[in-house]
Ligand binder design. Structure first.
Ligand code: COA
Length: 260
């Protein structure tokens, strides 16, 4: 599959998906959202991929938001469709993916760009990164999960302030808020992402997928996260990875997980 707005590369069990519209600061138009869905699904279905890194092309932007030029003339109905399709195709899809996804924020992550990063399982950033949800400055609100995921990550008061002011925070403030897990130089960003990915891929992919479901259960309406944890924990005992992981520990050797 060839993409117009996405770069896809798999190396050492890590698939890097790069949003590649640098002349528009990697803004997410509908075509890019569709391509991202396909790229993420391809990586998730690929048995060779153990971790996905999501980043933006160039030194300036991760993703500078949804493509404003595309929705500027939309009606109420079209606005609702844009948001609901985005949730389904990309943002919720990404958040619930069974393969771990790290957002590697290499510059501006604004609006839909920050929402994309927040839908990933966790985030790291370069020290030139700037993050914000400036939608109210355009007369609209975050529509790709920002009003829900930002308060979950940074707390209600900080999210209210960020969304109401539409202002940007720098990488260190994002670190302080818990919005990103690490901040490093631009040059060290990808090496850090790869180091984290390598640490993750030493573990059972089946157990990691199970942990993602259990953690996400806490954020789903009408779902009891503790009940999900009990179910997922119990199911672990039926996997080959569990047999290998426990046997390896008892035999004082490194586990070689079959991934099932
Ligand atoms: N949608 C569409 N195009 C965008 C975009 C977006 N969200 N963000 C940037 N671009 C385009 C600009 O229109 C410009 O295109 P052009 O060269 O054809 O005019 C190009 O990307 C470069 O952006 P520019 O604004 O010239 O760069 P800058 O360094 O002066 O400013 C930003 C950088 C990020 C501060 C500024 O681009 C910006 O505010 N972008 C919009 C952010 C936003 O509101 N996002 C939320 C959308 S819901």
């Amino acid at each position: 599959m060839t993409f117009e707005n996405i770069l896809l590369e798999t190396k050492n069990h890590i698939t890097t998906i790069t949003v590649n519209r640098p002349s528009k600061l990697n803004a997410l138009n509908t075509a890019t959202i569709k391509e991202l869905h396909i790229a993420i699904k391809t990586a998730n279905d690929d048995i060779d991929t153990k971790v996905i890194l999501l980043t933006g092309s160039g030194e300036k932007a991760f993703v500078a938001g949804a493509d404003i030029s595309e929705f500027a003339s939309y009606s109420v109905k079209e606005g609702k469709k844009l948001s609901s399709q985005g949730h389904e195709t990309l943002f919720n899809y990404l958040a619930n993916l069974s393969t771990p996804v790290i957002a590697v924020i290499n510059g501006f992550a604004l609006g839909g760009g920050l929402e994309l990063a927040m839908a990933a399982h966790f985030r790291i950033a370069s020290d030139n990164a700037k993050m914000g949800l400036p939608e109210v400055s355009l007369g609209v609100i975050p529509g790709y999960g920002g009003t829900q995921r930002l308060p979950q990550l940074v707390g209600k008061g900080r999210a209210m302030e960020m969304i109401m002011t539409g202002g940007m925070i720098d990488a260190n403030q994002a670190l302080n808020y818990g919005l990103v897990n690490y901040v490093t130089t631009y040059e060290d960003l990808m090496p850090l992402a790869e180091k984290l990915a390598e640490k993750i891929m030493k573990n059972s992919t089946v157990a990691i997928a199970s942990a993602i479901r259990a953690i996400n259960a806490n954020y789903k309406d009408g779902v009891n996260g503790f009940a999900t944890e009990i179910e997922e924990f119990g199911n672990s005992f039926g996997t080959s990875d569990f047999k290998e992981g426990t046997a390896a520990f008892l035999e004082k050797r490194k586990a070689d997980f079959p991934g099932k």
